[in-house]
Design a protein around this ligand. Structure first.
Ligand SMILES: [Zn+2]
Ligand SMILES: [Zn+2]
Length: 137
């Protein structure tokens, strides 16, 4: 028997789909919205549009546009007036979830953790050698 779920968008009951948490109707609407937004930002005269202007020009909500961008489906690198806040510091970004500074910091933190692990290993090795040397005396 097929598993049923509630659509995350409209709440309608639908047959659960492996790759979707929304019903067929909403999915089709989302795809149509995506096409509209993509066509809109492709036009040269819309290059300087803001998120609000894209939303107004296509009739697609800013939340949905943001969803497309965060999923990596829309490339807004050439659109200077479109962006959303970094999840780390709130600075305007145009792709992913973190700005370069925050992403760099996260990377550094991870490196530091790794370095600490390495140091600990070395210390353990040192003591092990030292002990062996002492006991053979
Ligand atoms: Zn739905
Ligand atoms: Zn940031």
């Amino acid at each position: 028997m097929a598993e049923l779920a509630n659509c995350a968008n409209c709440g309608a009951v639908f047959v659960k789909h492996q790759f979707r948490n929304i019903c067929d109707k909403c999915w089709k609407e989302e795809e149509a919205a995506f096409d509209k937004v993509r066509d809109f930002i492709r036009k040269r005269e819309n290059r300087t549009a803001s998120m609000k202007e894209i939303s107004e020009g296509t009739g697609v909500s800013e939340v949905l546009i943001l969803k497309f961008i965060k999923k990596g489906r829309l490339n807004i690198a050439r659109m200077p007036n479109v962006g959303y806040p970094c999840e780390g510091c709130g600075k305007k970004i145009q792709s992913g979830r973190l700005c370069q500074t925050c992403a760099g910091k996260l990377h550094q933190d991870l490196e530091m953790l790794r370095e600490e692990e390495r140091k600990k290993d070395r210390k353990d090795t040192y003591y092990a050698i030292h002990k062996r040397y002492k006991s053979s005396e």
